[in-house]
Ligand binder design. Structure first.
Ligand code: SF4
Length: 431
């Protein structure tokens, strides 16, 4: 009977949330986690294929596991995540020692496999692994994506959008809260299209309003939005529901209409800018983050300058910038990857430098202000937590504990984090 499990995870928050679920169901069946694959009876690789380099890393790891299986034939090796989302026949042939290829969030097959192994979890406890005391948690609400952006592999590997029912999500959040979680982040490749595939008429704004009623839950966030799907109703929900944090991730990807069109993003820059204005008008103090790809096939100096200029104008709190790299099987892989690597890196560094300046300016405005943070932990003698706008704050205090909502006065800032002084317990929702 297997007693120990080991999970190796790379990739996005969806993968991290799935690994937490897998760990929780194994713990509910009586197994415990180990830190080395050598000591495990069940080895799970939770894979990412967003970049070719990530896929190669998974394949290397998977190849190395062949020897574990040779040494200990009773070991169970499981592949999940995006790599297991397609071409399972090919994978089976290439990695015959893998016992289960589990598509992301295919929990029916997972339950079935557990039962076949004689591992019957007590499902009432499948929320968090024992011993995990996080006060924040990710909750997937919709999987897959219907969009087929030209550079993205996700729809091919994770399939079409599939929303979880509000009742199932409610139950999971209730379970998390009963174990001390104070903040949940609702996850999806495109959370804004949550609910459109369900028979009951519901959407993300309705879900936020429902979850807002859960006693003991202090904060709700959601990731990632799509500019073409974000509704005024959702903006209004963020503005009016006091547990929903004023923090929105709105990937722009490029600041030029020609490039957006080739990327198949489904909006123009005019529409994007209007959306940002509407959000900022409705939600004062909102923090906006965005994603940008530089060096996309055909991105001229002028296209790139347009992106740079828009970033200068819109002043996001955070910009995640990536240099384009070809991802086989996507539509963009058929385009001429004509921007030299040095130029891509040059553009990437320019955007990073610009963003560092902007983030420094935005954060400097918080100097002397009092903000609420949720205490998440302690590192090198300092407590840390995040503001509602997702800014990382450190403070020295003898009087904190994890899970507390406290008020902190900011006394120094940098582009990446803030330092503060404890003012007292927060008297807002949740505590
Ligand atoms: S919206 Fe586009 S980038 Fe995001 S997951 Fe879907 S296809 Fe990929």
């Amino acid at each position: 009977m297997p007693r120990h499990y080991y999970i190796w995870t790379i990739g996005c928050q969806m993968n991290k949330a799935d690994s937490v679920y897998l760990a929780a169901s194994l713990e509910a069946a009586g197994l415990s986690a180990v830190n080395r694959a050598d000591d495990a009876d069940i080895i799970i690789l939770n894979s990412c294929v967003v970049r070719q380099s990530a896929e190669q890393k998974v394949i290397n790891k998977l190849t190395a596991l062949r020897y574990y299986k040779k040494k200990r034939p009773e070991v169970n090796i499981i592949l999940t995540g995006c790599l297991a989302g397609a071409n399972q026949e090919v994978l089976r042939e290439k990695f015959p020692y893998v016992g289960l290829f589990l598509k992301p969030q295919d929990w029916k097959i997972w339950q079935q496999w557990l039962e076949e192994q004689g591992l019957v979890p007590d499902n009432s406890t499948v929320v968090l692994p024992a011993g995990q005391h996080d006060v924040t948690a990710y909750v997937p609400i919709i999987k897959g994506c219907n969009n087929f952006c030209a550079y993205c592999i996700v729809p091919y590997r994770r399939g079409r959008e599939e929303s979880r029912s509000p009742a199932e999500i409610w139950q999971q959040v209730m379970g998390l809260v009963s174990r001390g979680v104070k903040e949940v982040t609702l996850l999806g490749q495109n959370v804004d299209s949550y609910g459109h595939d369900l028979s009951t008429q519901t959407d993300l704004a309705d879900l936020l309003a429902e979850l807002q009623q859960i006693d003991g839950l202090s904060r709700i966030r959601f990731l990632t939005s799509h500019p073409k799907d974000m509704s005024l109703k959702l903006i209004d929900a963020v503005a009016h529901l006091d547990k929903v944090c004023e923090c929105i991730s709105l990937p722009m990807q490029a600041g030029d209409d020609d490039i957006l069109k080739v990327m198949r993003r489904g909006y123009t820059m005019e529409q994007y800018i209007k959306l940002v204005e509407a959000i900022r008008h409705a939600i004062p103090g909102v923090a906006l983050s965005t994603d940008v790809i530089v060096g996309f096939p055909g991105e001229t100096e002028e296209h790139y300058r347009n992106t740079y200029r828009i970033l200068e104008e819109l002043k996001f709190d955070t910009v995640h910038v990536a240099a384009y790299s070809v991802r086989q099987e996507t539509m963009a892989s058929r385009l001429d990857d004509n921007i030299p690597q040095e130029e891509k890196i040059y553009r990437l560094h320019q955007v990073e430098e610009l963003q560092e300046k902007i983030a420094a300016e935005i954060n400097a405005c918080m100097q002397g202000k009092e903000v609420e943070i949720l205490v998440e932990g302690k590192v090198r003698g300092k407590w840390f937590g995040r503001t509602r706008t997702d800014k990382l704050v450190f403070l020295k205090s003898e009087n904190c504990r994890i899970g507390q909502l406290i008020n902190v006065r900011i006394d120094s800032t940098s582009p990446w984090s803030l330092q503060g002084i404890l003012q007292g317990l927060s008297c807002t929702v949740g505590e």
